[in-house]
Design a protein around this ligand. Structure first.
Ligand SMILES: [Cu+2]
Length: 150
């Protein structure tokens, strides 16, 4: 066997090993692109958006979200007869290979009881997501004016 084929076989074996490691059973949660809308003036509440991806091969459940800047609830806006209504979602299952997209007029983080102060652009908030299987995932996200989409 010449060197090139030997090298090729070793690479192939290595890739197989790596693949097995990556497809280990279980959920794999990725928190992507989250941001918090800068509250207008001294408003004590605002919203947060982003994407929760599950790239694993098992579902996981989002149990709770908390933050250092206020109380957090997962909400969903539903438009009923042209009127947007917000519902509190207590738990959200994110199936294998699926994402929970939080965006205006849909799922969002609802922040309330925030400190009575001005939040400036450039500040950050810590969001702590708690999942049934993946445990706690903490991210630091930017606070941005609402017109600055993403
Ligand atoms: Cu809401």
């Amino acid at each position: 066997m010449n060197n090139k084929i030997g090298f090729f076989i070793i690479m192939l074996l290595l890739m197989t090993v790596m693949n097995t490691a990556c497809s280990a059973p279980g959920p794999h949660i990725q928190i992507e692109g989250f941001w918090v809308v800068q509250p207008p003036g001294v408003a004590r509440g605002t919203a947060g958006y982003g994407i929760i991806k599950n790239t694993g091969n098992e579902s996981d459940t989002l149990l709770k979200v908390s933050s250092d800047v206020g109380f957090v609830m997962l909400h969903k806006t539903d438009v009923v007869n042209g009127v947007g209504k917000m519902m509190h979602i207590s738990q959200s299952v994110i199936k294998a290979g699926e994402s929970l997209v939080l965006e205006p007029m849909s799922y969002h983080l609802m922040l309330s009881d925030m400190d009575d102060r001005i939040y400036n652009e450039g500040e950050t908030a810590t969001l702590t997501f708690e999942f049934e299987k993946s445990g706690i995932i903490k991210v630091e996200v930017p606070i941005k004016p609402s017109w600055q989409d993403k």
